[in-house]
Design a protein around this ligand. Sequence first.
Ligand code: UFG
Length: 329
Amino acid sequence: MNILVTGGAGYVGSHVVEELLKTGKHEVVVLDNLQKGHRASVQGGIFVQGDLADMDLLHNLFKEYAIEAVVHMAADSLVGESVERPDKYFHNNITNGLNLLNAMVHNDARYIVFSSTAAVYGEPVETPITEDHPQVPTNPYGESKLFFEKIMARYDAAYGLRHISLRYFNAAGASPSGAIGEDHRPETHLIPIVLQVALGQREKITIFGTDYDTPDGTCVRDYVHVTDLATAHLLALDALEGKAASTAYNLGNGQGFSVREVIDMVEKVVGKSLPRAEGARRPGDPAVLVASSQRIMEELGWQPCYHDLETIVRTAWNWHKGHPQGFRS
Ligand code: UFG
């Protein structure tokens, strides 16, 4: 298939591109504005630097490369920033996303795999979270992703545009190939921050909140390996090509780890203890987010290969050690 990958130079995007290329059966066109992504993270295919705001560019790409399917990952994705700048999140994640959907309909591209998030559920009322859990996002980021899922449902009903939304829990780790990994600027995610402490690039790790209603008082999250996330996109594309109906799937390992447990695991992997401090809660953090991914396992046969936390942390550490300055190393 000829596939357009938006945001393909980002963390999850670059891992999706790597897996798509491995199959040897797809023509991959990556579109990324490189505001956050890294050109060096794109392992092959055709790279186009550009923005979803540019409607002419989108029409040209669909025509020139005869695009049949889209994996849409271009988005702003920081919860905290979305609270400060809802305008930015609604504009980039919805208005620009609509340009993409309109270009798809206009150019007869019929399938889209969409990068969604656990943030569509908001504060969990039961755990593990299934896809039928109430969707009450507590921040503009989660809202923007949920609105987009609803928009796609309307486009399916009206124009036959079939979609699969993949609701990621905590993406983590790095490609076992060693070629690509996580390089956000600024970095806000737990595992890379702890690894930066291990590399001596940060003085200490601050735990955001120790008074949650969890076994050790710190937040519990479901960490899922980025390559396992990537393979789910391939399964979703195959399903859509095979006439699957539009739907949404959670992607997690179904097992939660507390912030303290993650730091302990990083210490084990790097072989030394790391300075930690206890800080205030970060606004908007739910105490526990753990996925049930039964639906994608049963319906698409998704099977995570790197599900244990040690492997997740070890792959991340291998990449960070080899690339202490990220893609600028
Ligand atoms: N944390 C710390 N200290 C840090 C960084 C993080 O204690 O320096 C804690 C957080 O408070 C949280 C846990 O580590 O409890 C994980 O935090 P991350 O920032 O790594 O990930 P989040 O769970 O906040 O975010 C993830 C995805 C988002 C998504 C969100 C849904 O990365 O894209 O889940 O809630 F929106």
